[in-house]
Design a protein around this ligand. Structure first.
Ligand code: GLU
Length: 480
């Protein structure tokens, strides 16, 4: 059997982390089985679907590296297919027109509530006579189309994550609406459960992999597959993403859409890596850093948890830092340029490329999220710096001025400066002036960078020397 799976987002919002994680599992499963991963945009809800959300979803999946093999297929362009399916169900007597008004439904529910029963449609229009139907039509009532659900049925499937699942048809709320009434069309507007099944059959989807919030839809959809005489695919319901308190992750927990994670300075590789760990673990569970391709080799639903997956920011930060620390200087520069540009730093992308790459090599190992590079590299871009209180205190320590002056003097012998030269200068100053190494190093950092913390000192010094500002900085410190 060819594995064919799909991700089917509704463009009613930006690409959500939950949908993206479902996309990751679909992608991993497809790639594990050399199958196809298909993108379908479920945009039948015309009022809530927006083209900018579709674009955000396509951009987000592309950014994450979740390339699709077919699609995007838009449901809004396939209405005829759904109408045909509804017509067939009507013709076979498996669906019917229901004329119950909103007020009547309301009354029905109120009565059920009074009797302490669960709300459901009582199937009252299941067997209307042609005369009754004509009378409702004459009143001007617009029907919805309902699919017959046999209350005595029990729906059973073997879920690839959750094992055997059983659902009583009597808990599905009565005969299900598959098309909403429409002024223009006598079939009406096809609804979610019907469109999904028609598409999954038509696209020959072998495995439906989606969030566990869809389990009750699956029970309904299995009945639709049967009614259409189609074979039922396998199902895998993936665990929800929870916050650290164990509640469903929501806007209140901070960002939830992929474009926001991108703006926060996470790399696509880190997010994709972290999402694959949200509910799944590789057979070697000590392995935490891997690409989608590597994860795909090991992926199976046997290692997907039933329990919700807690979203752990600290873990995501750690994974992101691993990517940033091990990235090539060239890749890192490409990612950092937009941040440096928006900070207003002046540089020439082509002529300063080598210098920028050296800078990336120096700060890379200290980064957790990309925007941190702005502060970390400020002292290397701007001409004059302000000294922090701690730097001023460091420079007023005994021996500090002597050390800085001696370094400044020694520098005149070095038109060019390597990290080795820099260390040599420091060594000589320590020896000749009988100063403590810690004092010299801390004072040098304070003088060059205006702060007492920062990236590797010798490397930073070399970069400042290449910018031609190290002597000015040392002089500025002496003038304090
Ligand atoms: N459009 C549905 C959603 O975004 C898709 C569910 C499915 O995969 O069937 O939740």
């Amino acid at each position: 059997m060819t594995v064919r799976v799909r991700i089917a987002p509704s463009p009613t919002g930006n690409l959500h982390i939950g949908t993206a994680r479902t996309a990751v599992f679909n992608w991993l499963f497809a790639h594990h089985h050399s199958g196809q991963f298909i993108l379908r945009i479920e945009d039948t809800d015309q009022t809530r679907s927006q083209p900018e959300y579709t674009q955000n979803i396509l951009d987000g999946l592309t950014w994450l590296g979740l390339n699709w093999d077919e699609g995007p297929v838009f449901q809004s362009q396939r209405l005829e297919l759904y109408r045909q399916a509804i017509k067939t169900l009507l013709d076979k007597g498996l669906a019917y027109r229901c004329y119950t008004t909103a007020e009547e439904l309301e009354e029905m529910r109120a009565a059920q509530k009074a009797r302490k029963e669960a709300p459901r449609y009582d199937n009252r229009h299941r067997h209307l006579t042609p005369e009754q139907r004509a009378a409702f039509e004459a009143e001007g009532r617009k029907p919805v189309i309902r699919f017959l659900i046999d209350d005595d049925r029990e729906i059973v499937w073997h879920d690839l994550v959750r094992g055997k699942l059983t659902w009583k048809a009597s808990d599905l709320g009565g005969d299900m609406v598959i098309a909403r009434a429409s002024e223009q069309d006598e079939i009406g507007q096809p609804l979610y459960n019907l469109a999904v099944v028609v598409d999954d059959v038509d696209m020959k989807i072998s495995h439906v992999i989606r969030g566990e919030d869809h389990i009750s839809n699956t029970a309904k959809q299995i009945l639709l597959y049967e009614a259409m005489g189609a074979s039922v695919p396998e199902f895998a319901h993936t665990p929800l993403i929870l916050n650290m308190q164990g509640q469903k992750l929501s806007k209140r927990d901070g960002v939830t859409s992929i474009s926001e994670f991108k703006e926060m300075g996470f790399t696509a590789e880190a997010i994709a890596n972290y999402m694959s760990l949200l509910g799944w673990s590789p057979p070697d569970s000590t392995q935490e850093i891997f690409s989608l391709e590597q994860a795909a080799k090991e992926f199976s639903f046997e290692r997907v948890n039933k329990a919700g997956a807690k979203f752990d920011w600290a873990k995501l930060d750690w994974i992101n830092s691993q990517y940033l620390h091990h990235m090539s200087a060239s890749q890192l520069v490409d990612l950092l340029i937009p941040y440096w540009q928006s900070a207003g730093y002046k540089f020439d992308q082509i002529n300063d490329r080598t210098w920028l790459e050296s800078l990336a090599t120096v700060i890379g190992p200290s980064l957790t999220r990309l925007p941190e590079a702005v502060e970390m590299s400020r002292m290397l871009f701007v001409e004059s710096i302000e000294f922090t209180q701690a730097a001023v205190e460091q420079l007023s320590k005994e021996g500090a001025t002597e050390a800085v002056r001696a370094i400044l003097e020694a520098l005149s012998d070095y038109p060019e400066l390597s990290a080795d030269n820099a260390s040599q200068i420091v060594k000589v100053v320590i020896k000749e002036h009988k100063l403590k190494k810690g004092l010299v190093m801390r004072s040098l950092r304070a003088a060059l960078t205006g702060d007492v913390h920062g990236p590797d000192l010798m490397e930073s010094w070399v970069l400042l020397h290449q910018q031609g500002v190290d002597k000015t900085r040392l002089q500025q410190a002496l003038n304090l």
